[in-house]
Design a protein. Sequence first.
Length: 134
Amino acid sequence: MEQIDHIGIAVKNLDVSIPLFEKLLNSPCYKTEFVESEQVYTAFFQIGQSKIELLQNDTADGVIAKFIEKKGEGIHHIAFEVNDIVEEMKRLAGEGFVLLNDTPKLGADNKWVCFLHPKETNGVLIELCQSNKG
């Protein structure tokens, strides 16, 4: 793992949360997008070499909406940048970690992503991400 790429924060409403985080971080939101693979809306803030990603669902049955219903708004995951996501997935599976997807999928910010089951990582949802250079 190279560095923390971003910290994902689950929010109920991006229209409310974007201005709040712009004030808090003293930094503009540089990008918003809809991530088809996860059915979530995202907003990104650059903080040094890392980012903050806000995540929102529009439906009550989405993964972010369910997270908020259970735990409230707040930190959802920590994402680590990797050089070779396939090799890192193999390494972690070999170490006994449970991967939530068998192959990388395209996620937010033009990254290939894979999540690790939080039951295996002390309750923290971990995301691996690699830039999609293609």
